[in-house]
Design a protein around this ligand. Sequence first.
Ligand code: ACO
Length: 393
Amino acid sequence: MRALPESGFRGANDLFRRALLWQPLSDEEWAGNAALYEPGRVLGAFVDGELAGTTRTITNVLAVPGGRRLPAGAVTGVGVRADQTRRGVLTSLMRAQLEEVRERGEAVAMLHASEAVIYERFGYGVATRCRRVELDRPSVAVRAEVPRGGRVRLVDQAKAEPLLPAIYERCGLDRPGRIGRADAWWSARWSMWGKGLTVAVHADEDGVDDGFVIYEPKTDDNWSITVRVIDVSAADATAAAELWRFLLDLDLADRLVAGIRPVDEPLEWWLTDRRQCRITTVEDDLWVRLVDVLAAFRARTFGAAEPVVVEVRDAFLPENEGRYRVAPDGVHRCSGEPQLSFDVATLAALYLGDQSASALVAAGRIQAHDPAAVPAADSLFATVVPPWCGTSF
Ligand SMILES: CC(=O)SCCNC(=O)CCNC(=O)[C@H](O)C(C)(C)COP(=O)(O)OP(=O)(O)OC[C@H]1O[C@@H](n2cnc3c(N)ncnc32)[C@H](O)[C@@H]1OP(=O)(O)O
């Protein structure tokens, strides 16, 4: 197990893509992706001198309740050669990677999972969810009271490329679960999206850009046009409503399809017939691993409630195990009797506010030793808006 030199990055990418049963990247595609491989953060596992598995980490931040941007390692590129699986290669990679994340002072690691059964054993849990929506555009009418303001304009891709990162930086990390988008992320995305997409930007009443949409129209063999909505990021409800109104007004578009959207996006509330917004899936979005539980607790704020003593189990990183007193004025380790017990993967579901303690007790994922602590934990961990990531990596 070792960090790969830069000369090994392309081989690691090939191995990862083959593990996912994807074709390797062409030279041109690799050129657009190479900057995503950070020196020192690409791990290789070797068996008999040959690369058998890989993973890498991207230096990033995670918005947590209270608004802080917590340094976080974004884990991706996980793959083990098909002839080396189920021999513990991934387990060794995960151990080395989490150690490296902790050494760098990143209190959390995060990932998007190819399968839901892989990562919980390493302490990751679902921390945000997202939904996919479809709308038959000609059947949709927007209610009169939906917020209006500012203006939406089309922007050429060449002009959008330098513009969007700054808008995202200003308005994108506006709720728990949102993460940063570095220059290398944007370059790789532009190269992956190609030339077939369109960008529209919203400016507020003062002319300040405060949101954007990226979409791609596709015409099928029957001349039916589907608009795939790749991204909508907006600073506030007015910008979001105007960007969606723009999409819903696109002449000739038959269908809008949007994936990885927040579960509380008020699309159905904007429509005269809410059933025209079809929610086709709600699924796991960001998985979070609290690598340093105390530091992660201390990075977020908590709601008003009586303090609660929680006991955290963490078989993979036992240094996190123990009792923590969680209170609105701070968190510290303690030795008192635990009122609630859970494992670190379950803590991920509480941490950004996606699930209430009550729901997790009902699911059997939290053991409540003191029933009074359950509503208190509900109030401590609750967030005003559900967390959402919405950024693939
Ligand atoms: C963040 C991302 O990059 S997501 C992309 C993840 N990559 C992929 O899905 C590519 C295809 N899959 C693979 O490359 C591999 O199968 C991996 C990476 C998922 C697993 O690698 P392996 O080296 O086989 O895992 P390892 O042997 O360490 O398994 C550890 C445990 O997890 C279990 N496990 C691993 N993968 C899976 C799986 N896909 N489904 C069910 N169980 C699994 C193993 O059975 C083992 O269980 P045990 O401890 O009870 O014996």
